[in-house]
Design a protein around this ligand. Structure first.
Ligand code: SIN
Length: 489
């Protein structure tokens, strides 16, 4: 099926640029490989106009009350939920994820709006006891200014919403650049922001595929932009650090992971498998917190493998609009190639294939054109394999067997990134011991889900800087001003 729609290259709320006929962006449906839509390809000039609109709007928006911004966020939350199914259809079409996950992404996105509507009114300053008896010292928190929000394709709406919600709560204005592959749900988000009453110029959406790097560079070097929030790869995150250095922008970076999952002998097998299914197969394995290296203690290995296979066998592979599908396609052919490379590399270095989804090779009549990879379990993961070193971003479950608790700290921490990590045990002491020893920004104990609007999301090491969501999320969007007062007569 061929569908076609257009999104404007810039601003649904700033109105700074009317859509112009230029090279059309092409987004392919990951389930079929067919052209999905076209969208105007924004360029440098559009990025500059969007920044101009955001900069102009900031002059007034920074003076609005926290309560009025909280109301805007609540209104936007309601609109997102009212339009949940329509937005979910767009997410499925552009990203490929299963229907239930797309619905859940809309709820997850809305949860950031609801959360930050509360946080808007809690950006408290402090009063500080001064050493000088004639002094009084207080601090206030003020919005940092124009924010560039660079969002990824794996949770296109939620990641944009997480950034925009914090920005609005703080009183900042934003230029949002969704990933070139997934511009549509974010463009709709911009339209809904306008309907919610967000003032003109406060939320500006700019779309582009081929010009993504150019737009990123424009936003990162423009002195009017004071903060960049990026979710994506560690490689691009490092480039952004260099690009923003000259104008000393504040940066939030939520980058790649290589999550270890540790399953101890004393784990509840069913719970461990439930968690692995969530962390490994959410969005087909395409999240930064996806389980990547499964470390399973010898005594539980057989029971764990049996349960994992049974559960994965029961998960249908298919396009997201088929409501039975539990595992969708990957975003692109390149992604598919990478997962297969990781699988073949592991097999060539001594791992054995324990199971591969029966739909394999995925039957041509149903899957030939989509980016489907058959979910696969391999055992015998070792430190020299690609899947050990880099995140796979796909439905490959690679398992390494270990014997003693003392081994796992070194194994789990054998990476320069540190975003998510998971462990399964019924021993509370062990759970805390190991959680404390793991080099990661987030640890799940007996759960495969780390994502919640109220929980600080972010990593350590080469997984990036800062926390998104939670009571900490607004901090990156404000600057603290100290005010000193002389009260002497
Ligand atoms: C990510 O994959 O970048 C974010 C995942 C999440 O927020 O759950």
């Amino acid at each position: 099926m061929r569908r076609c729609c257009r999104t404007s290259s810039s601003s649904t709320t700033s109105g700074s640029t009317a859509p112009r006929a230029r090279r059309a962006e092409r987004a392919a449906d990951p389930s079929t490989g067919e052209l999905l839509c076209t969208a105007v390809e924004g360029g440098k000039e559009d990025a500059e106009k969007a920044v101009g609109a955001a900069h102009a709007a900031f002059a007034n928006f920074k003076k609005t009350t926290a309560r009025s911004r909280a109301r805007l966020l609540r209104q936007l939350n309601d609109l997102l939920l009212e339009n949940q199914e329509d937005i979910a259809r767009l997410i499925v079409a552009e990203n490929g994820k299963p229907w239930k996950e797309a619905l859940a992404e809309v709820t997850y996105s809305a949860s950031f709006l609801e959360w930050f509507s509360g946080e808007a009114e809690r950006a408290y300053g402090a009063t500080i006891p001064a050493a000088n008896p004639a002094s009084r010292i207080m601090t206030i928190k003020q919005p940092i200014g124009v924010v560039a929000a660079l969002a990824p394709w794996n949770l296109p709406l939620a990641m944009a919403a997480r950034k925009v919600a914090a920005a609005i709560a703080a009183g900042c204005t934003v230029v949002v650049k969704p990933a070139g592959e997934t511009p549509y749900a974010t463009a709709v988000f911009g339209v809904l922001a306008k309907r919610a009453g967000v003032p003109k110029g406060v939320v500006n959406v700019i779309t582009a595929l081929e010009n993504t790097a150019l737009i990123g560079e424009t936003l990162c070097t423009d002195p009017r932009v004071r903060k960049v929030s990026f979710t994506g790869s560690t490689r691009v995150g490092k480039l952004l650090v260099k690009l923003t250095a000259d104008t000393l922008k504040k940066l939030s970076l939520e980058l790649g992971g290589n999550a270890p999952v540790i399953v101890f002998d004393d784990a509840n097998v069913k719970k461990a498998v439930d968690g692995v299914i969530v962390s490994k197969l959410r969005n087909g394995g395409q999240t930064c917190v996806a389980a990547n290296r499964l470390l399973v203690q010898k005594g539980i290995l057989d029971a764990f493998l049996k349960e994992l296979k049974t559960r994965m066998e029961g998960m249908a592979v298919g396009g997201g609009l088929d409501h039975n599908s539990a595992i969708g396609p990957l975003i692109s052919q390149a992604a598919l190639k990478k997962v297969d490379e990781h699988t073949q590399d592991a097999l060539s270095k001594g791992a054995t294939q324990y199971w591969q989804h029966p739909a394999s090779p995925l039957t041509p009549e149903r899957f030939a054109k989509g980016n489907f990879y058959p979910p696969t379990i391999v055992v015998g993961l070792t430190e020299n394999m690609k899947v050990w070193e880099e995140e796979t971003f796909g439905p490959l479950a690679a398992i390494k067997v270990f014997e003693k608790e003392e081994e796992v700290e070194k194994l789990a921490n054998d990476t320069r990134v540190g975003l998510g990590a998971y462990l399964y045990t019924q021993d509370i002491g062990r759970a805390l011991r190991v959680a404390e020893s793991i080099h990661a920004g987030m640890v799940g104990i007996n759960t495969g889900m780390l994502s919640a609007s109220e929980s600080p999301f972010g990593g350590v090491g080469e997984s990036g800087w800062g926390k998104e969501g939670s009571l900490m999320g607004i901090e990156d969007y404000v600057v603290t001003k100290a005010i000193n007062i002389d009260i002497s007569a």
